[in-house]
Design a protein around this ligand. Structure first.
Ligand code: PEP
Length: 248
């Protein structure tokens, strides 16, 4: 049995006051959940939220990191810096980073390796554009993204990775993939992982769905056999809606 994992990606939203209040409110609502709960705030809030979440079942993740330990990389945050704050997870290769910040399958792979080397669990985002889906190329694109992401990753390392399948056309658009479509695609991703690592590991790795998840559609998505959780953008910005998602 895979432990479900629901993570909120705050993107470039929130400042100190609202963020700490959010954790206080969320803590009360999710304290009895069996789901692994993760909040990924902007880098400026990692420290304060890690403190605010101390003693709760809420884990804190970063939204990005560099693969190098340190160096002349102005504006970047390193895995050592994240580990210094005891950060649990890091989102890697979100489609917005691929689209606006030039991230590639190769840089995603370097970041995954580095995160694992530093004891940070990667949440690795993959997904297709609408054009790719319409052209019938979704599976081949996902196969390439998965294969490249997991390149030179050992069996033991692979088990630490959470994959987030996020069809780009469903992110922030209000359009959700139907639960059946999301499940079918996630089952395909699991097949690709099985080809790389064998059945046991492919059954162990958790694969989330992301793309306009909200309180009204989470249950149907989570009822699907291969969907192990959600990566939530917009609906993670209010403790009320995010806790409803966690407590689906
Ligand atoms: C995301 O950014 O990962 C995401 C899924 O956003 P939203 O839930 O707003 O579609």
């Amino acid at each position: 049995m895979r432990l479900p994992i629901i993570a909120g990606n705050w993107k470039m939203h929130m400042t100190k006051n609202g963020a700490v209040e959010f954790i206080k409110e969320l803590e009360k609502e999710v304290k009895d959940t069996d789901v692994e709960v993760v909040i990924c705030p902007p880098a400026t809030l990692l420290n304060i939220l890690k403190e605010a979440a101390k003693g709760t079942n809420i884990k804190i993740g970063a939204q990005n990191m560099h693969w190098e330990k340190q160096g002349a990389f102005t504006g970047e945050v390193s895995p050592i810096m994240l580990k210094d704050l005891d950060i649990d997870y890091c989102i890697i290769g979100h489609s917005e980073r691929r689209q606006y910040f030039g991230e590639t399958n190769e840089t995603v792979n370097k970041k995954i390796k580095s995160a694992i080397d530093h004891g940070i669990n990667p949440i690795v985002c993959i997904g297709e554009t609408l054009e790719v889906r319409k052209a019938g190329n979704t599976n081949s694109l996902l196969k390439e993204q998965v294969t490249e992401a997991f390149k030179n990753i050992t069996d033991e390392e692979a088990k630490k990775i959470v994959v987030a399948y996020e069809p780009i056309w469903a992110i922030g658009t209000g359009e959700t993939a139907t639960p059946e479509m999301a499940n079918e695609t996630i089952a395909y991703i699991r097949e690709v992982i099985k080809d790389l690592y064998g059945e046991d590991i492919s059954e162990e790795i958790r694969i989330q769905y992301g793309g306009s998840v909200k309180p009204s559609n989470v249950q149907e998505l989570m009822n699907q056999e291969d969907i192990d959780g959600a990566l939530v953008g917009g609906a993670s910005l209010k403790a009320d809606s995010f806790s409803q998602i966690v407590n689906f």
